[in-house]
Design a binder for this molecule. Sequence first.
Ligand SMILES: Nc1ncnc2c1ncn2[C@@H]1O[C@H](COP(=O)(O)OP(=O)(O)O)[C@@H](O)[C@H]1O
Ligand SMILES: [Mg+2]
Length: 162
Amino acid sequence: MATCISHSPADTEALGEGWGRTVQSGLVIGLCGDLGAGKTELVKGLARGLGITTRVHSPSFSLVNIYSGGRLTLFHLDLYRLDRREQITAAGLEEYLSPAGITAIEWAERWFDLVQSPTLSTHLSRRSQTKADHAFSKPLRWVQIETLGESERRITYEDFGA
Ligand SMILES: Nc1ncnc2c1ncn2[C@@H]1O[C@H](COP(=O)(O)OP(=O)(O)O)[C@@H](O)[C@H]1O
Ligand SMILES: [Mg+2]
């Protein structure tokens, strides 16, 4: 698990940009944090690091935006409008958990019942033993962004799966 403090939107983007340069195809990035935490900022950086030049904005009317033209395709999901798990399961988004590219999911905690580390690790290892639970056998980066002040954010992340 890694933690860093971001002091500006540019800091947060830079973190995402670094990930974009190095991530490997198949990774799902789950982003948790309140409205205005900086989830979309992080995805903007991720897109830039992947070499995507299109402007990134949250998928408001669709549930997913797909950005190609970079080193890997980026699937950007935002579950903000799906506040009940049944809505999420009914939306047929499972295919994005095995992306031919990278999937970034804002409000990922609405889909996956994961709570803050260190409970998270125990929770995941327990769940991954359940055969029915496909989601967690995939490479996953679980990211939490907490708002500490007007422009300060604590960003915590941990990788799971192969
Ligand atoms: N350190 C920071 N990291 C990210 N965003 C920040 C930071 N400080 C201030 N902000 C501001 O917070 C807002 C984050 O917005 P956004 O990324 O859309 O949030 P979310 O997608 O989590 O709702 C932006 O207006 C951004 O300028
Ligand atoms: Mg957002």
